[in-house]
Ligand binder design. Structure first.
Ligand SMILES: C[S@@+](CC[C@H](N)C(=O)[O-])C[C@H]1O[C@@H](n2cnc3c(N)ncnc32)[C@H](O)[C@@H]1O
Length: 318
């Protein structure tokens, strides 16, 4: 609650990663349903792109080495299950470990993995934690299980579904992940990028009531702020190169937080805005440039069918 009050007061933003907690996780159970049906093919590219390129990813690991997947923010695990299957079928998967900030999301992830891989439950390890802080080292450096021939596993560190670009400072997060990775590990990012075509109209002008996903309003739902008390605005911040969804209040709203014996309040006047979602919208050159500045070398860059969703594999530059 402190983090929410702080962020609302100082940055007029609901921290998106906290929308996955508690009841906020329920919307992920139902699957992603975009308010604009044109976004649907893009969502399915996110689900399939790792599987479609699984063989190319395996080629980045030495041929005999087993692979451990470390999934940063697994969500439903839908995008990674095809890759898990691919590795299992080739006897290359030594384990899957996920770290997520939300206990409820981990529960959902665990259920989905149990259903798809009933015979492999012992390979899956789900840890609660924040991968932008010290918890990442705990998850990444936990003891390595050697493969059949004793070879150290290569780790596929997965940051899928555009999660990286939802952070206010993605470069910091990348540097943090890169710092903990070893030279053999492969970072796998799936991102939506700006291809220069089919640019959404809200990039030129803020769209009131424009496209958004219900999950993007989950933070305000968790605060019991009725959806009729604000309008959504979808737009593009040119300075930060970010797409955003924000709420603009129509009514005066005061939220009271009970924090132990203390009470904290946050108030909004009509016209005030709260940012509920941000997404860095880079083109492919900017994606590569950012990774390079963080000490990573891009080894694979593949587009999904719709071109806008990409899979990027990168390793620490030698
Ligand atoms: C956009 S979803 C992506 C889920 C999944 N990787 C996918 O591609 O469908 C982001 C996931 O990351 C988790 N998450 C966000 N920030 C996190 C953080 N700082 N530490 C741990 N998990 C986080 C959320 O709880 C959620 O499960």
């Amino acid at each position: 609650m402190d983090a929410i009050v702080d962020s609302l007061n100082h940055r007029a933003e609901f921290p998106y990663e906290l929308t996955y907690l508690g009841d906020g996780s329920e919307m992920w159970r139902a699957g992603e349903v975009p308010s604009n049906p044109e976004l649907a093919p893009m969502l399915s590219d996110f689900d399939t792109i790792l599987t479609c390129h699984a063989e190319q990813l395996l080629a980045l690991a030495p041929s005999s080495s087993p692979v451990r997947i470390v999934d940063l923010g697994p969500g439903t695990t839908r995008p990674v299950r095809g890759l898990i299957r691919h590795l299992l079928d080739r006897s290359r998967l030594t384990g899957y470990r996920a770290i997520d900030i939300s206990a409820e999301i981990l529960e959902l992830a665990s259920e989905n993995l149990r259903v798809d891989f009933p015979a492999h439950a012992e390979r899956f390890e789900l840890c609660r934690g924040d991968f932008t802080g010290p918890d990442l080292a705990r998850v990444l450096t936990a003891e390595r299980t050697p493969g059949h021939d004793g070879a150290d596993p290569v780790r596929f560190v997965v940051l899928a579904g555009g999660t990286l670009y939802n952070f206010a400072e993605p470069t910091q997060v990348l540097r943090h992940v890169c710092h903990v990775m070893s030279d053999h590990d492969v970072l796998l990012l799936t991102l939506r990028i700006d291809t220069g075509v089919d640019r959404p109209p809200f990039m030129d002008q803020v769209s009131v009531g424009g496209p958004y996903k219900p999950q993007q309003l989950a933070g305000l739902d968790l605060l019991a702020i009725d959806r009729s008390w604000y309008v959504t605005e979808t737009g593009f911040d040119r300075v930060r190169s970010e797409v955003f969804v924000r709420a603009r209040f129509l009514e005066p709203v005061t939220v009271t937080f009970d924090v132990g014996d203390d009470q904290k309040t946050v108030s909004f006047e009509p016209g005030d805005t709260v940012l509920v979602w941000r997404y860095l919208y880079h083109d492919s050159a900017a994606v590569v440039d950012q990774l390079t500045r963080c000490g990573l070398q891009v080894r694979l860059f593949e587009h999904g069918q719709g071109r806008q969703v990409v899979l990027v594999a990168a390793m620490r530059a030698q």
